[in-house]
Design a protein around this ligand. Structure first.
Ligand SMILES: NC(=O)c1ccc[n+]([C@@H]2O[C@H](COP(=O)([O-])OP(=O)(O)OC[C@H]3O[C@@H](n4cnc5c(N)ncnc54)[C@H](OP(=O)(O)O)[C@@H]3O)[C@@H](O)[C@H]2O)c1
Length: 211
């Protein structure tokens, strides 16, 4: 059974998944790289990095994944829809290596990249997008890649089976919050936490089986 999974999604103590403003120069706004320094220190990211608990979580990102769904603001800075040459932040060989569906109200033709990533642009509800992505994933899982708005939409629709969050001990104060409108969302999940020696907390939300 193909599952819907979220991995390595980092939030501040006050629940922000990005700062502001999001621009070409500052994709995470005033958060800079602070939400992801834990990951840059792992072997998953850098061969000379650590092989501890953070690495064990980080490397689950790719495993068994057949497609990704992301939001328009993860794909590019405000206004990318006006630039026909914008192909995402990641260069010619993006790190997804699967069909990747960008939810946007300004769809454009698909873009085939190196390394197995093809960007498809969809104006669709979460359920419709998931149906298309599942088909493309060929029985493998579908990752919801963020940002916060899209993760929140999928949680609200009850379409997330597994979510790995990384709570980073910083207070951002402003940006895009994950939790707004999600009161008691945890009740549908078994929640586990693991503290890492470097100060972040890994939270896993695994959807409870319906009795
Ligand atoms: N903390 C992390 O681990 C993490 C992970 C990934 C990304 N990020 C960061 O998060 C930020 C982006 O997050 P965000 O919350 O601002 O935005 P987002 O979730 O990436 O994208 C939201 C946008 O996607 C489009 N969209 C969403 N749902 C749609 C639907 N059902 N149909 C059609 N279009 C839809 C809309 O854009 P339009 O109306 O403009 O088309 C909407 O404004 C970036 O800074 C990114 O770097 C953080």
């Amino acid at each position: 059974m193909s599952r819907t999974r979220i991995h390595n999604f980092a939030i501040s103590l006050d629940g922000f998944a990005t700062g502001e403003p999001q621009t070409l120069e500052t994709p995470f706004g005033h958060a800079g790289q602070r939400l992801h320094t834990w990951m840059f220190a792992t072997q998953y990211w850098d061969p000379s990095g650590s092989d501890g608990v953070d690495n064990a979580f980080a490397r689950r990102f790719d495993h068994g994944m057949g497609a990704e769904i992301m939001g328009a603001n993860k794909f590019g800075p405000p206004g990318w829809g006006d630039d026909p040459d914008w192909k995402g932040w990641w260069g010619p060989n993006p790190p997804f290596h699967t069909p990747t569906f960008v939810l946007t109200h300004h769809p454009r033709p698909p873009m085939e990249m190196e390394g197995g990533t093809t960007f498809h642009f969809l104006d669709a509800t979460p359920a419709e997008a998931l149906e298309v992505a599942r088909e493309a994933a060929g029985g493998l899982d579908v990752r919801i890649g963020g940002g916060a708005t899209v993760v929140r939409e999928f949680l609200l629709a009850g379409l997330v089976d597994h979510m790995h969050l990384v709570q980073v001990p910083i207070v951002l104060g402003r940006g895009v919050r994950l939790w707004d409108g999600l009161e008691a969302v945890e009740e549908a999940f078994d929640v586990e936490t693991v503290s890492s020696p470097n100060g972040v907390t890994h939270l896993t939300f695994s959807r409870r089986a319906v009795a």
